[in-house]
Design a protein around this ligand. Structure first.
Ligand code: ADP
Ligand code: MG
Length: 704
């Protein structure tokens, strides 16, 4: 069994759950009644936090953390890099007698001042204006990790520009709340708050740490830059939902317990399609918390792997030739009264409120599909999208038969026959009968309606879910705002609603596609429908600051135009830097590991050839001669490919701006990398195993 297990198998899961979280239960116990009530109001109804409340909460939080062994606290935030950031401060405060007391004030809880200069700002802030602030986000609970109290915060610059992913996410949730409650009021509902909910399914690879350590490409870039196909890949289809090997099962058990202790409801675990690939899904929660939780899930996947002598790969495409990893962002909206606004109920075609929220989401996705595409664009995800393992780069919506029929009925005004419950008959009397779902699954759709939520499946495994959800919330809020404007003015609500829904269905049905998104025909059909097909990251990012997008985010006070521009630049830079590092790593490996290995092996073959030749014509030396010839030819090509990549990389300097640079990396550097890889992989197939400098795909993907 691994060392360092912080929780034991015998522990009661119910007691363990949330034991390291300063959650509502702990607050109720430890805070005076009026303080608790006031904080709850802040959390549940977005009311501002009062200073005296913060003081009392800080003290209770500190006492709780100290009892659990904490020595430090940190403001934990989400800078624009997509990972999280933290700086720890000890609770200690010196006293006159040369000792210390453990202190934590309301001010320290509410506000932190990290030096902001080394976080990317995309030109928003010059280095000399280094001051940045973090501010407590009371809607996400503080928690304990190791001996540090983590306080979820937002991050902004001295002059108020937003430097993180959390602030715009919270703003977008508020925008959706504002307009969704307007709509619900028209339906006669007394709803105080609408929250978006997210369940993010996380895919990952787990490999042996020894293998990981031997591959510089995995260490530096997260993916293998070389590697011939393994003789066995995923073609037997035995790994998906397959038996979980013991080592991995131990890992998963410990991971679950770590996550449970942090109040993260890790629910589902299973093997995925590719060998060594797995998935974890938590139970959904509000988007803000789900975003924090997903970052912690990714962090603990890696930490726990380390303890088990494993390495967790979160890259979107760690291995060529087998599936990459994604993240499924299950999205819905729910009220403070517990109603899921995307729940169709037994008669969806008659459920006008549901149809309104459905149509609003469809319209939003149709109008702003580019922005959704842009948000999930990065160098890693470019390897997956459209590669017959993940949705294509074209955004479309799967609704299934029943809802498609319901929309048809809105469009034509003709009533639809509600589907009867279908009972599954298995022909075995002892087996229980059950009602089957109205629609089958469609695994190829990028944005699928799945029962009572939409599943946005284009996200890369490594990405923060904040970006896509900022967009999702904002675009749905935008359409709901339009709907509310129309309906609030209407003389007759029902008539206006019917007309509005009919118009929406007619104008937006083009985005609905229930067929196979992996097929070539769909790409052609989508082009006929005029759906955007932004094939790679630079192409997608070029649309980031289109007038339409700038106006959208400004309209809802999510991003100023300057903040949009900064994000555009940061994403471009991130793309270019990623590929630059990958290209340099390839060159390093090719020159310093692969070439020498090939030369040594070639020499051995040549030595044998020479030895045989010395004996004379009686000995057949054709094998050595042929092999030496092949090796020499390929090593010649290898050196050429190395030089070509070197030259191509040098050409980056001529790019005039960040967009041109990203375009160049995509159009020129990537193909040069691909060419080098092809030669190296051919060599891997003929060079003796003992000479090959790093583990091969079969070594890595199949372990016990
Ligand atoms: P799948 O078959 O895609 O694995 P599941 O039923 O397991 O689907 O659900 C996947 C995810 O969707 C889980 O994280 C689940 O909690 C989440 N989910 C379920 N209902 C909602 C909802 N109303 N809002 C957001 N996410 C939800
Ligand atoms: Mg799913």
């Amino acid at each position: 069994m691994p060392n360092n297990v912080t929780v034991t198998e015998t522990e009661n899961v119910a007691d363990l759950f949330g034991s390291k979280v300063f959650n509502a239960g702990v607050m109720r116990k430890r805070l005076p009644k009026h303080i608790y009530a006031s904080l709850l109001k802040t959390m549940k109804e977005d009311l501002p936090l009062e200073e005296n409340v913060a003081e009392v909460v800080a003290n209770a939080m500190k006492d709780w953390a100290l009892e659990l062994g904490a020595t430090h606290f940190t403001h934990w935030f989400h800078p624009m890099t997509g990972v999280t950031a933290e700086k720890h401060d000890a609770f200690i405060s010196p006293t006159e007698d040369g000792k210390i007391i453990m202190e934590f004030s309301g001010k320290e809880l509410i506000k932190g001042e990290p030096d902001a200069s080394s976080f990317p700002s995309g030109g928003l802030r010059a280095t000399f204006e280094a001051r940045g602030y973090t501010a407590w986000d009371p809607t996400s609970y503080a928690f304990l990790k190791g001996t540090t109290l983590y306080i979820p915060t937002v991050f902004c610059s001295y002059s108020g520009e937003v430097l993180d992913k959390k602030t715009p996410l919270l703003r977008s949730m508020e925008a959706l709340d504002t307009h969704a409650t307007r709509i619900l009021k028209l339906f006669g509902k007394d709803v105080k708050k609408v929250t978006t909910t997210i369940g993010a399914e996380q895919e990952y690879f787990l490999i042996e740490r020894d293998m990981f350590k031997k591959r510089k490409d995995l260490i530096l870039t997260g993916r293998t830059l070389f590697g011939a196909k393994s003789p066995k890949g995923q073609e037997m289809e035995t790994h998906y939902f397959g038996k979980i090997r013991g080592r991995v099962a131990n890992y998963m058990a410990e991971l679950d317990r770590e996550l449970w202790s942090l109040g993260i409801a890790s629910k589902t675990r299973h093997n995925e399609v590719a060998p060594a690939q797995h998935e974890l899904a938590p139970i959904f929660t509000n988007t803000n918390v789900a975003t924090d939780n997903n970052q912690l899930i990714m962090e603990f996947m890696q930490r726990v792997a380390y303890r088990h002598d494993l390495a967790c790969l979160l890259h979107e495409k760690p291995f060529e030739g087998v599936n990459g990893s994604g993240k499924h962002n299950n999205f819905s909206m729910s009220t403070n009264t517990g109603e899921n606004l995307l729940e169709p109920g037994p008669k969806p075609a008659e459920n006008k409120q549901f149809l309104l929220f459905l149509c609003a989401t469809i319209e939003a996705v149709y109008k702003y599909s580019e922005m959704l595409r842009i948000n999930i664009a990065n160098a890693g995800n470019d390897h997956r999208l459209g590669a017959n393992e993940a949705p294509p780069a074209i955004v479309s919506i799967f609704l299934g038969e029943q809802l498609t029929a319901a929309l048809k009925s809105i469009e034509t005004g003709k009533p639809v026959k509600e589907a009867k419950d279908l009972v599954m008959e298995l022909g075995v009397t002892t087996l229980p009968k059950f009602i089957i779902d109205a629609t089958d699954r469609n695994r190829t759709s990028p944005f699928a309606f799945t029962g009572n939520k939409f599943e946005f499946r284009m996200l890369g495994s490594n990405q923060s879910i904040a970006g896509p959800n900022i967009t999702l919330n904002t675009i749905v809020a935008d359409v709901l705002a339009d709907y509310a404007d129309v309906l609030e003015k209407a003389d007759d609500f029902d008539t206006a609603l019917n007309a509005l829904l009919q118009k929406s269905v007619k104008e937006n049905k083009n985005i609905v596609f229930n067929g196979n998104n992996y097929s070539e025909e769909w790409v052609e059909e989508a082009a006929r429908r005029g759906l955007p097909n932004l094939k790679n990251t630079p192409e997608a990012l070029a649309e980031f600051t289109s007038e339409k997008n700038i106006k959208l985010f400004a309209r809802h006070n999510i991003f100023t135009p300057a903040e949009m521009n900064s994000r555009y630049e940061i994403h471009l830079e991130e793309y270019s830097k990623t590929i630059n590092i990958e290209a340099l790593t390839m060159l390093n490996l090719a020159k310093r590991e692969i070439s020498p290995a090939v030369f040594t092996y070639t020499k051995e073959v040549l030595d044998t050839l020479v030895a045989k030749k010395a004996i004379g014509a009686a000995i057949d030396d054709s094998a050595e001669a042929t092999l030496a010839e092949r090796l020499s030819k390929l090593s010649g090509e290898l050196i050429k490919a190395i030089d070509f990549l070197d030259e191509t990389l040098a050409g980056v300097e001529n790019a005039k701006n960040p967009q041109a640079e990203a375009d160049y990396f995509c159009a020129k550097v990537l193909p040069a990398m691909e060419a080098l890889r092809t030669v190296a992989d051919s060599l891997e197939e003929i060079v003796a195993e003992k000479y090959w400098p790093f583990p091969t795909y079969e070594d890595i993907l199949f372990y016990v």
